[in-house]
Design a protein around this ligand. Structure first.
Ligand code: HEC
Length: 248
């Protein structure tokens, strides 16, 4: 089972737990004439909260692991999702401290509980809900991110330009986009490796792939690791940058 499907199913469970928390809280505080045994409800509410917390930590572990391994820049959806997650952590901490220590704030506990429920709904809806929806509840594959092209296959052959107009345009682009992190003229490493003689060496410095114009174009569009992607550059521009790199 894909990790994301598992995580989505667990997050639905989180919603069920939220529902139980709300139900017990409403029955405890919401009625003038109590329908159920209050002590029992309180117990259920508490155990339910503990299960919620463990499940929350368990699911977060997958997410954090994913972020660390892919070093992915968060999408807009993932950013909102993370904000909701962090908000829940803070609210949960506040709620516990008001129950355990700062009893003068006890009146606020119910509001915080409601907020946690609403935000849980948003958090799960944006992530697990979205995933289940677009995979038709796990029946279809989640569309993969654009992946770095493998080795030499599938790459469009690039003939390195040697005319001075392309080299000049490439140098200008290089000076506006690449020079913060790369040194073109020496062997100094800034953020990324130096580019002196990059196309004359047999291999690229970090990925150790063959130093071909195709692999450099691939690096610019789908970087190997920590470099930002310049996927927005037009083919023309990439070719010009390569023309410049070829002169180093
Ligand atoms: C924010 C910093 C940054 C910028 C800007 C940047 N790079 Fe990089 N570059 C890196 C890092 C870090 C690496 C090391 C490999 C990696 O993380 O992909 C790298 C590696 C490379 C490599 C070697 C890849 C390999 O396989 O060893 C090439 C070629 C390269 N960059 C070209 C460029 C070009 C061309 C530009 C401008 C369009 C550019 N870089 C802009 C940070 C940057």
């Amino acid at each position: 089972m894909p990790v994301f499907l598992l995580k989505s199913i667990l997050s639905i469970l989180l919603l069920v737990l939220t529902f139980i928390s709300m139900f017990t809280m409403f029955e405890i505080f919401g009625r003038t004439e109590k329908k159920y045994n209050i002590e029992k409800l309180k117990k259920i509410h508490k155990v339910n909260g503990i299960v919620y917390l463990f499940l929350f930590i368990f699911i977060s572990y997958f997410c954090i692991d994913f972020i660390i391994n892919t070093k992915a820049e968060l999408s807009a959806r993932a950013t909102f999702h993370s904000i909701f997650v962090l908000t829940i952590i803070v609210l949960f901490g506040l709620k516990l401290s008001f129950i355990r220590m700062y009893r003068q704030y006890y009146v606020k506990v119910q509001t915080i509980g409601l907020l946690i429920a609403v935000i849980t709904f948003l958090m799960v809806g944006m992530s697990g809900g979205y995933y289940l929806l677009i995979t038709r509840f796990g029946a279809e594959k989640f569309p993969e991110r654009i992946e770095r092209l493998k080795a030499t296959e599938e790459k469009i052959k690039i003939v390195v330009r040697t005319d001075s107009a392309s080299i000049k345009k490439g140098e200008e682009l290089y000076n506006s986009k690449c020079y913060f992190c790369h040194d073109a003229y020496s062997t100094k490493v800034i953020v990324g490796p130096e580019h002196k003689g990059i196309l004359r060496n047999p291999f690229l410095p970090v990925s150790k792939e063959p130093a071909t114009p195709e692999n450099i174009a691939n690096q610019i569009r789908h970087p190997y690791r920590d470099m930002p992607s310049f996927a927005y550059l037009a083919d023309e521009q990439v070719q010009d940058v390569i023309a410049f790199l070829n002169t180093l």
